[in-house]
Design a protein around this ligand. Structure first.
Ligand code: DX5
Ligand code: ZN
Length: 219
């Protein structure tokens, strides 16, 4: 099993002390920054957009992993690339021409990710998996942090891993929603490469130690 990456979700950070929380992640054993962009249309919530990502980008010293929970993502691909985003993930359910969208993300020099809602079957990626750098399996319904992990995700990770192997793809599997020290190890064993953790990290008394503890668990 290769090293599992931890991506703290900034959605759960203190927006009035964002620089403090960014520095915490910089200094910690975390691997990526996970940034959730919500438009109030694709999901029933609005989070933050370009000006905030621009500010984060100035201070963040690790990979910027942006999760777009928006309709019509194509029109903003270049803007996110210009902001310094490394991994740009769109929702399968929001893309009419997914293959075209993936090519456009890669043409801007970013890694292309596809997120699947809990009800979306991994087999729908059979024909595109070799073009996808990262699949984000939603283990909660997107829109909010702090929700409970959906147990069916374990099966989906295994199915997706089998599909990736069958097609000879090098796609990473990311899990997003309700990740804690209770399910992290089992997710990694099932085939997860990146674990997003929002509330579990930022609502902890000591976020740095919490990240460290998770890393320890995944060794
Ligand atoms: C939910 C977001 C998640 C969220 C995870 O729509 O995509 O990234 O921030 O938060 P927790 O870890 O609190 O479930
Ligand atoms: Zn997310």
């Amino acid at each position: 099993m290769s090293k599992t990456l931890i991506a703290p979700s900034i959605l759960a950070a203190d927006f009035a002390n964002l620089q403090h929380d960014i520095e915490m992640v910089n200094q910690s054993e975390a691997d990526w920054f996970h940034l959730d962009v919500m438009d109030g249309v694709f999901v029933p919530n609005i989070s933050f957009g370009m000006p905030v990502i621009k500010s984060i980008s100035k201070h963040a010293k690790k990979t910027l992993d942006v999760h777009l929970m928006i309709v019509n993502p194509d029109q903003y691909i270049k803007t996110f690339a210009d902001l310094g985003v490394n991994v740009l993930t769109v929702h399968y359910e929001a893309c009419t021409h997914l293959h075209r969208t993936l090519q456009a993300i890669k043409a801007e020099g970013m890694q292309a990710g596809v997120a699947l809602n809990p009800h979306t079957n991994v087999d729908l990626l059979k024909d595109t998996i070799k073009d996808i750098d990262l699949v984000c399996l939603m283990s909660v319904n997107p829109g909010f942090g702090g929700q409970s992990f959906i147990e069916n995700t374990f099966d989906k990770v295994r199915q997706l891993k089998a599909l990736i192997n069958e097609k000879g793809a090098s796609t990473k599997i990311e899990i997003d929603g309700g990740v804690t020290n209770k399910n992290a190890k089992q997710l990694a064993e099932a085939g997860a490469d990146v674990l997003v953790a929002g509330s579990y990290v930022f609502k902890a008394d000591n976020p740095t130690e919490t990240i460290k503890g998770m890393k320890e668990l995944l060794k």
